[in-house]
Design a protein around this ligand. Structure first.
Ligand SMILES: Nc1ncnc2c1ncn2[C@@H]1O[C@H](COP(=O)(O)OP(=O)(O)OP(=O)(O)O)[C@@H](O)[C@H]1O
Length: 322
């Protein structure tokens, strides 16, 4: 179980400091199979996008550094990105695909990460940034290179979330398209606030994840199997005191939520069985070739083949018991 640690940063604090002290630990859990989410909440203009850009750059740099310095493990990284605007979900790596259906997980295009900074750059924020929610997801899978443990690998996602301006919750004096936009942003942010409030109450009660796209997508990060860091950005301006107060109320509830993060393991017996079956096929070919006609060579090949077949049978029966 992980409990939120509190940090307060001054306006002069660098994003690097916010990352190091408020988000790094959570971001790097994704390397050891623990789902992680970092999101920024606050009113428009208070620095969510600025902070999340810095957090994203630092997290990706550290993750790459770790993979480079850990040669004993094989890493596969995939990047995806989505935007929720007017309760419609758009794939940021395939904007022409139209709105995505939300099942338990959106059907996103996932690109194998070769140059994550550039790929993340393609999802970069647009003029709707204060009115839409944006999520960049990095999925990291890793397994030991040379060991029977190769059968098992860690898998986890790191979600980097830049929310719409929280003042939208209280914007009622709009009309037309802005009213529709406002009410949709309201739905996601209001549901987020309710979810956080209900989760933090400590009492068993209904958690309305399914009432908005945002909470549905972030469900496991908010009250489930993930470590979560929430960065609340506020303005020092006296005129913004009401928004600042609302953001601090949100932060107070959020820090009461306790998640239950676990290491996610993937059993890859299927991959191993496929490899062994290929080896058996190769040994059969060798057995039939004229070069292997000597008795001792045939005996060696046959016993090797029998051993591989036995391994396949053992693995298949192990898989069917899981
Ligand atoms: N820590 C900071 N240091 C210097 N400039 C900053 C910092 N935080 C934010 N800014 C600047 O303040 C302005 C508003 O910041 P930003 O766009 O990140 O706010 P926001 O909360 O994401 O707003 P929106 O909800 O409209 O997207 C930008 O010009 C940004 O460069």
């Amino acid at each position: 179980m992980y409990i939120f640690t509190d940090n307060v940063f001054a306006p002069t604090s660098s994003t690097k400091k916010v990352y190091e002290e408020g988000a790094k630990d959570v971001a790097l859990s994704s390397l050891s199979g623990i789902n992680a989410t970092i999101f920024a909440y606050g009113q428009t203009g208070s620095g969510k996008t600025f902070t999340m850009r810095g957090i994203t750059e630092n997290a990706i740099r550290d993750i790459y550094e770790y993979t480079k310095n850990t040669p004993e493990r094989d890493f596969t990284m995939k990047v995806s990105g989505l935007e929720i605007y007017n309760e419609t979900v758009i794939d940021l790596l395939n904007r022409d695909s139209g709105p995505l259906r939300i099942l338990d997980d959106p059907e996103l295009v996932e690109e194998v990460a070769k140059d994550v900074q550039r790929q993340v750059g393609r999802t970069s924020l647009n003029d709707k940034s204060s009115r839409s929610h944006q999520i960049i997801r990095l999925t990291i899978q890793s397994s030991l290179r040379e060991s029977p443990g190769h059968m098992k690998s860690f898998i986890a996602s790191l979600n980097l979330v830049d929310l719409a301006g929280s003042e939208r919750i209280s914007q009622a004096n709009t009309s037309g398209a802005r009213l529709k936009e406002g009410s949709h942003i309201n739905r996601s942010l209001l549901t987020l606030a309710t979810v956080i409030r209900n989760l933090s109450s400590g009492r068993p009660c209904h958690i309305p994840y399914r009432d908005s796209k945002l909470t549905r997508i972030l469900q496991s990060s908010l009250g489930g199997n993930a470590r979560t860091a929430i960065i609340c950005t506020i303005s020092p301006a006296l005129s913004q005191v009401e928004q600042t107060r609302n953001t601090l109320i949100f932060a107070t509830s959020a820090k009461e939520v306790i998640n239950n993060a676990q290491v996610n393991m993937v059993h890859s017996e299927k991959k191993l069985v496929r490899q062994l079956q290929m080896q058996v096929a190769r040994l059969e070919e060798e057995l039939q070739s004229p070069e292997s006609s000597s008795t001792s060579c045939l005996r060696t090949l046959l016993s090797e083949k029998e051993f591989k077949v036995l391994q396949v049978i053992t693995l298949q029966s192990y898989s069917s018991q899981q």
